[in-house]
Ligand binder design. Structure first.
Ligand code: FES
Length: 72
């Protein structure tokens, strides 16, 4: 089962297991993590689920979509 480690601004971290079909935002909100507000429900309109991805993982991700780039 995939897992995501969320590192908070204070340096503390939470590791959550996901179903594999949900976004990082959905995994965070489903597990009640603080700091992920999801104000637009994941519709790429508010950027409250903006994350920083470690450089070592960038090649594993798809390219940024145009709507993501425009929002950020
Ligand atoms: S919840 Fe992610 S952009 Fe709004």
């Amino acid at each position: 089962m995939p897992a995501i480690t969320f590192i908070h601004p204070d340096g503390k971290s939470d590791r959550v297991e996901t179903s594999g079909g949900e976004s990082a935002m959905q995994a965070a909100t489903h597990h009640g993590l603080d700091g992920i507000l999801s104000e637009c429900g994941g519709n790429a309109m508010c950027a409250t689920c903006h994350v920083y991805v470690d450089d070592s993982w960038l090649a594993r991700l798809p390219d940024m979509a145009d709507d993501e780039d425009a929002l950020l």
